[in-house]
Design a binder for this molecule. Structure first.
Ligand SMILES: *Cc1c(COP(=O)(O)O)cnc(C)c1O
Length: 415
């Protein structure tokens, strides 16, 4: 027996350690579609509970939109369920190409290549375009999938302090001798909800001849006046060399991602990116759904406008209630609790009040920075948000954290 008692014991000990530290993650089962109102089985085996979801990446409320579902049905009926192939063998339908064109148009880039997910796009990009003579300079808070992509690439890796432009400039000077330089950032940072200083980054990249890489997973579809993303918000559309993004969040929420940007970089990915070469093509049903999403978003800005209003209402409400928030203006609104157990207790009590928002703690966020990350959607109505605020106030009062500073909360609960 290869899975010996010794082996088993090692894993049991490790898992016990995770549990004892209060860091064990459990899943809650949703029995409904993804929407503002959901039905949840939690704990497992209990009767279904109705709840308001305020932690989905369903920013535009399109995950269960009837038009998107209809388009997906049509795609399923006409193009079939699966392609049973990677793109370059026999996994490219005309609609895959059409989606690449539409994404290019939407983001204002030169070309686009689809990937099975944005995780794959990030995992494949750097290795495909860089050599050991190049350097990758990343913000210290970039998404885990970018970190994995960086690990797979042969180029040298360096970092700059989060959104610190002087530090970035130092690093660009330090690496002036490298063949190619890539500066790497998220557009909207997923855990804090703050926005990259893209306008300044574009200037620095031009000054030091560096490419700019931008992950727009938490931006595409709703950030910027017409929802094109952080580059639109910062007034630098057309100036970003590489954008990666996901179709698994605001853009319908199913799955899939892409690399969009300079023609040569996209072509390099088509020749060399391993997740593109070795993982299955996006299913036709998803491609059809995303095509419809882009059509909806290109025809008007109703949804992102509603999301902006909802977000303002929510941030103001939480602030007035006396919670410690991370500043910003995006629909990612972290309620800071600092202590992992407190984050889980607050989450559990909110659920009792019919509000679904889970606690985030190490290793998803840095140690001592546990929080409840709330995410607002155009699928929310004001009555949803009012009910959620009422629950937050009630639970906040129970734990005596309303109006308290970071230091006071840490003093009470530790971090
Ligand atoms: C969610 C996310 C991803 C991964 O997207 P998938 O398509 O689900 O793999 C990548 N980058 C960032 C910044 C994300 O938030």
């Amino acid at each position: 027996m290869a899975y010996s008692d010794k082996t088993k014991g090692i894993y049991q000990e490790t898992l016990k350690g995770i549990r004892d530290a209060g860091l064990f993650k459990v899943e809650r089962f949703i029995h409904s579609t993804q929407a503002a109102d959901i039905e949840v089985e939690f704990p497992v085996g209990s009767t279904l509970k109705k709840a308001i979801n305020i932690c989905a990446n369903n920013y535009l409320g399109l995950s269960s939109h009837p038009d998107v579902i209809k388009a997906a049905h049509e795609g399923l009926d006409v193009r079939g369920y699966g392609m049973s192939s990677v793109r370059f063998i026999c996994g490219t339908q005309d609609i895959h190409k059409e989606l690449e064109h539409k994404v290019t148009e939407f983001l204002g880039t030169e070309d686009t290549i689809l990937f099975p997910s944005c995780m794959d796009a990030n995992a494949g990009f750097f290795e495909a375009v860089l050599t050991k003579d190049d350097v990758m300079i990343s913000d210290r808070l970039v998404h885990a999938s970018i970190i994995d992509g960086i690990r797979l690439a042969p180029a040298i890796h360096d970092t700059f302090k989060h959104s610190d432009m002087a530090h970035l400039e130092n690093k660009l000077q330090l690496h002036a001798d490298k063949r190619l330089k890539v500066v790497i950032t998220d557009g909207v940072f997923s855990m804090d909800g703050d926005t990259a200083k893209l306008d300044e980054m574009v200037v620095l990249c031009e000054k030091y001849d560096a490419m700019l890489f931008l992950d727009e997973s938490h931006s595409s579809g709703f950030i910027g006046k017409t929802g094109r993303g952080t580059h639109e918000k910062c007034g630098v559309m057309g100036k970003i060399d590489v954008i990666t993004t996901t179709f698994g969040k605001a853009l319908g929420g199913a799955s899939g991602g892409c690399v969009s940007g300079r023609k040569e970089l996209v072509e390099m990915c088509r020749q060399k990116a391993r997740p593109y070469l070795f993982s299955n093509t996006i299913a036709p049903v998803v491609v059809s759904g995303v095509l419809r999403v882009l059509e909806i978003l290109s025809s008007n800005t109703e949804r992102r406008d509603k999301l902006e209003k909802n977000t303002e209402f929510w941030r103001k409400g939480l602030k007035e209630a006396g919670f410690v928030l991370k500043d910003g203006d995006t629909p990612i609104v972290p309620v800071m609790l600092f202590n992992a157990k407190l984050a889980q207790d607050v989450s559990r009590d909110l659920f009792e009040e019919g509000i679904y928002a889970i606690g985030f703690f190490f290793p998803v966020v840095p140690q001592g920075q546990a929080r409840i990350r709330t995410q607002i959607s155009a699928g929310h109505e004001i009555h949803h948000l009012e009910k959620a605020l009422e629950a937050f106030r009630k639970v906040g009062k129970k734990y005596n954290i309303l109006g308290k500073t970071k230091e006071e909360i840490i003093q009470m609960y530790g971090n």
